[in-house]
Write a protein that binds this ligand. Structure first.
Ligand SMILES: NC(=O)c1ccc[n+]([C@@H]2O[C@H](COP(=O)([O-])OP(=O)(O)OC[C@H]3O[C@@H](n4cnc5c(N)ncnc54)[C@H](OP(=O)(O)O)[C@@H]3O)[C@@H](O)[C@H]2O)c1
Length: 258
């Protein structure tokens, strides 16, 4: 069912989990705003969103740049006049060993996934207050199991979970709902690049690694972007309105700690 005049922003929408979320939300929102750097991919996805019945607007911008958040929110408010949901999905934190990673690589990971999402949420906040809107941050299951090759990913994901709770605390007063989602291993371009490193380290080809990894992780299979997208859609739906400040894992059962 299409809810009229509702606007959702999805960052990292040019592929992977963000793309799947944009296409899933096109069924529930009347306008979908797509943010990532790759203009051609965004145009293709904008056409797919339109074919599903929602309006589409695309911003081909680098969220590490300080001015991006302001220009996105101003552009949306000028065109649509409201914002109902913000899904901060963009992320490209380097997957490098703790003892190899440089300060510049740490800064780059934080500039996008932590500060890019933080700035966009702050810029969108007044509009989200006006609509009693929803925010979802994407974290990752590495936050709960910080392996050395994943130290920055784990640290920044843990920070995202806390940042989401800090926004949620303010959101209780302001009428804005804020949660975070921590996916496990989901097959995307990013996961493919993980396997390209993981495979030789385990004397496997990439194809063998993709088959072997679920067994090593204690799960039955890798996740699909569409599965995370369904959870995202639930979190920004009226059915989830009382859920806020929550940090939700969806990982095929990989992590079982409470
Ligand atoms: N896949 C997994 O197994 C997994 C597990 C846990 C958490 N996650 C998290 O889920 C999120 C999405 O991951 P994914 O696997 O779907 O990765 P992906 O396929 O590589 O997609 C990443 C998205 O972020 C965008 N992006 C990257 N740098 C950007 C920048 N500087 N400014 C704006 N957009 C930028 C990319 O678009 P452009 O290149 O066009 O800019 C792309 O749309 C990430 O935050 C990741 O950490 C993924």
């Amino acid at each position: 069912m299409n809810i009229t005049k509702s606007v959702a922003i999805i960052t990292g929408a040019s592929q992977g989990i963000g793309r799947a979320t944009a296409l899933r939300l096109a069924r529930d929102f009347s306008a979908i705003v797509l943010v990532a750097r790759d203009k051609d991919n965004l145009e293709t996805i904008a056409a797919e969103v339109r074919s599903l019945g929602a309006e589409a607007m695309a911003f081909a911008l680098d969220l590490r740049q300080l001015e991006s958040a302001k220009s996105i929110i101003e552009g949306i408010l000028e065109r649509f006049g409201r914002i109902d949901a913000l899904l901060n999905i963009a992320g490209a934190v380097p997957q490098i060993d703790l003892f190899q990673m440089t300060d510049a690589q740490w800064d780059d990971g934080m500039a996008l996934k932590l500060h890019g999402a933080r700035r966009l949420t702050i810029q969108a906040w007044n509009a989200l207050k006006a609509s009693n809107g929803s925010v979802v941050f994407i974290s990752g299951s590495a936050a709960f199991d910080p392996k050395p090759g994943y130290a920055a990913v784990a640290t920044i994901n843990a920070a995202i979970n806390v940042l989401a709770k800090a926004f949620a605390e303010q959101g209780i007063q302001d009428g804005v709902q804020v949660n975070s989602v921590s996916p496990g291993a989901v097959m995307t371009r990013r996961r493919q690049s993980f396997f390209e490193k993981w495979a030789p380290a385990h004397n496997l080809t990439v194809e063998e690694a993709i088959k072997k990894f679920p067994e090593q992780a204690g799960i039955s299979r890798l996740g699909k972007p569409e599965e995370i997208a369904h959870l995202m859609a639930y979190l920004v739906s009226p059915a989830a309105k009382w859920m806020t400040g929550s940090s939700i894992r969806m990982d095929g059962g990989e992590i079982k700690t409470i």
